[in-house]
Design a protein around this ligand. Structure first.
Ligand SMILES: Nc1ncnc2c1ncn2[C@@H]1O[C@H](COP(=O)(O)OP(=O)(O)OP(=O)(O)O)[C@@H](O)[C@H]1O
Length: 285
């Protein structure tokens, strides 16, 4: 029987030496593993330099969840900082939401990154910041709106952790899929103003650029906890208030809730605060 010749595997179009391991969706080039690492890291370096994202001497926190994106981010940031002498002070910042069997596992990865990359790690937890773990919140509210609590609290926890570390900037491993998900969810909710602003930033999944024309919302300060907010009370304080008053639906969805009523409710709110939670904004380590 005649033997059919095995098709020769393609060579990397960049180095022309090694076997191509993947086809980049961005360029359609077939390249080897080593060339992929090189072009990927060089592109990130170019984005950092061209957009002047950092200044020498700055303190930068890396939002480290222990997942694939932030683990790559931690590696790339420490590698580029070393290779190109950015002169940055890097820190790992992790939020422990208190989800048994999920975050406790991924925090172990972050602890390994701490040793591997020699980056100091700070962990802030929902239980210390808010007096509630996600497991406790889910017990109270069920699985329907729990993502709202988790997302809002995480965002503020990252802000608070960044303040504790006294960093100038916080970097996260949000990728094009995450941004596309936000855009689609906003469209499905009928919120078309935000997707337009976000679409300004995205050109395509891989062609990341920093928009100079996107109008940022005006940043204010929450009257209750003092952290960033564009409302009188930040979303985290509204949700926390609901939890502590046994009204977990407060602040969920489109209801105007506390931000329109909080002045008249302050007395009651203060009276019930000590029931289950520390004062929002306190963080003792
Ligand atoms: N618990 C956390 N602690 C610190 N940073 C977090 C945490 N959760 C998310 N982040 C930051 O927000 C980014 C986007 O988070 P998301 O939940 O969308 O996870 P993801 O896209 O799967 O990323 P990853 O693979 O890093 O978990 C992460 O890459 C990380 O930088």
């Amino acid at each position: 029987m005649e033997k059919t010749a095995k098709p020769k595997s393609r060579l990397c179009t960049l180095c022309n030496e090694k076997r191509a391991a993947l086809k980049r969706p961005k360029t359609l080039e077939q390249i080897c593993r080593e060339c992929f690492y090189t072009v990927f890291e060089d592109e990130i370096h170019r984005v950092i330099v061209d957009n002047q994202l950092f200044k020498p001497g700055e303190r930068i926190a890396i939002g480290a969840s222990g997942g694939k994106d932030s683990t790559v981010l931690a590696y790339v940031m420490s590698e580029l900082n070393r290779r190109h002498n950015y002169g940055l002070d890097l820190f790992l910042l992790s939020v422990d939401e208190g989800i048994t069997g999920y975050r406790d596992d991924s925090l172990e990865t972050v602890k390994r990154n701490e040793i591997q990359y020699g980056l100091p790690l700070k962990v802030v937890s929902y239980s210390e910041l808010y007096g509630w773990t996600m497991d406790e919140i889910v017990k109270l509210i069920g699985l329907k709106n729990n993502c709202t609590f988790c997302g809002v609290f995480r965002r503020q926890a990252l802000d608070r952790g960044a303040a504790l570390l006294k960093v100038d900037k916080l970097v996260t491993g949000h990728n094009a899929d995450d941004i596309a998900e936000t855009v689609l969810l906003n469209i499905l909710r009928g919120d078309i103003a935000r997707p337009r602003a976000i679409l300004d930033i995205i050109k395509s999944g891989e062609d990341f650029r920093i928009s100079t024309s996107t109008k940022m919302p005006e940043q204010g300060i929450c009257e209750r906890c003092g952290y960033i907010s564009s409302q009188k009370w930040c979303k985290a304080c509204v949700l926390l208030e609901g939890l502590n008053r046994g009204l977990p639906k407060l602040g969920i969805g489109r209801s105007r809730g506390i931000n329109s009523e909080h002045n008249t409710n302050t007395k009651q709110a203060n009276g019930t605060q000590s029931l289950q939670s520390k004062q929002c904004g306190s963080l003792d380590f």
